[in-house]
Design a protein around this ligand. Structure first.
Ligand SMILES: Nc1nc2c(ncn2[C@@H]2O[C@H](COP(=O)(O)OP(=O)(O)OP(=O)(O)O)[C@@H](O)[C@H]2O)c(=O)[nH]1
Ligand SMILES: [Mg+2]
Length: 296
């Protein structure tokens, strides 16, 4: 990937949930269980987890200082490589935790972005994910590069001597973001043209949580042959097929990206054009997994 080493999650992971005053225990436990499947999907092994009760998030570490010490000791004993928080940590919290514990610290957003990056197949999905990753990494770059000293030389200007490595990297990333945004706009225009070409045909879109069976249903109804498997986010790109009914009437059926709690906002913004299709549907078919504990 451009400029950034997207270090794959290491094998042995410890996952952390925090129950703040407004959260229910069930909600936090469910979300942590979901993080465990995300981590598993991303290719790491969850060794241990805990949930900490806190009235409000600690600005320095997110969790309490005592817990940080406990985590450090456990991580050393159990040879943990990566500690993953079930929330979006601020750049400074990541830095403080990494300095204190000496292990790689990731958050839920990073794991989701990593899964999306590995799943993206089409140019559109790849561009959408890369844009979301760059926007996520941009403020976090400060941590990684802050130790670099100002380069020698006294030239003035936007480029070259006098500019720190961090400034150069940030500028390059900003340029790349602008370029990706332009590319997405172009792809989105082509999508609009395709969409208009479909005219007034009745449009049905399969929506719902990830891994509930949307693509399986799509294949049953249309023989589309889309990938359906027991993994989170198997589908990132929309697929549309015309379905002919026995009475000779037809409609369009689309399968698209699934949802999950706490999707990184950069990702939602990047997938705007994919999600716009949903807004224009005549019927949203909400697919649910009736074997899920929460189904009542
Ligand atoms: N038991 C059972 N399993 C199902 C059913 N429908 C789908 N599955 C299985 O559930 C898993 C997920 O199915 P997908 O169709 O890929 O789910 P999806 O909603 O498209 O998931 P993503 O694209 O990853 O968001 C697959 O292993 C399917 O074989 C069903 O009705 N019953
Ligand atoms: Mg699917």
């Amino acid at each position: 990937m451009f400029l950034i080493d997207t270090h794959k999650p290491a094998e042995r992971a410890f996952i952390v949930g925090v129950k703040l005053q407004q959260d229910t225990h069930e909600g936090v436990a469910e979300s942590l269980k979901e993080l465990a499947s995300l981590v598993d999907t991303a290719g790491a092994e969850v060794i241990e987890s805990f949930i900490q009760n806190k009235t409000k998030a600690d600005t320095t570490f997110f969790i309490g200082k005592g817990k940080v010490e406990e985590l450090k000791a456990f991580a050393e004993d159990a040879k943990i490589d990566t500690i993953i928080f079930d929330t979006e940590l601020s750049p400074s919290q990541i830095k403080n935790l990494e300095n204190k514990i000496g292990k790689k610290i990731l958050d839920r957003s990073w794991v989701i972005l990593d899964i999306f990056a590995n799943r993206a197949k089409t140019k559109e999905a790849k561009t959408q994910v890369e844009l979301a990753q760059l926007k996520y990494f941009m403020p976090r770059l400060t941590n990684q590069w802050s130790h670099l000293s100002r380069q020698a030389g006294g030239g003035v200007g936007t480029k070259g001597p006098g500019e720190t490595q961090l400034e150069t990297d940030k500028r390059m990333i900003r340029e790349k973001i602008t370029q990706l945004e332009k590319e997405l706009e172009e792809i989105s225009k082509q999508r609009d043209i395709r969409r208009r070409g479909r005219g007034n045909v009745f449009k049905v879109i399969l929506v719902g949580y990830t891994n509930v069976g949307k693509s399986t249903l799509m294949n049953k109804l249309s023989n589309a042959g889309v990938l359906a498997e027991n993994r989170l986010f198997a589908t990132l790109d929309s697929t549309t097929r015309t379905i002919e009914l026995e009475n000779k009437k037809s409609f369009l059926l689309s399968d698209t990206v699934g949802f999950i709690n706490k999707l990184p906002h950069n990702l939602v913004a990047s997938f705007k054009s994919t999600l716009e299709e949903v807004v224009e549907a005549d019927l949203l078919l909400h697919v649910v997994d009736i074997s899920h504990d929460n189904f009542t």
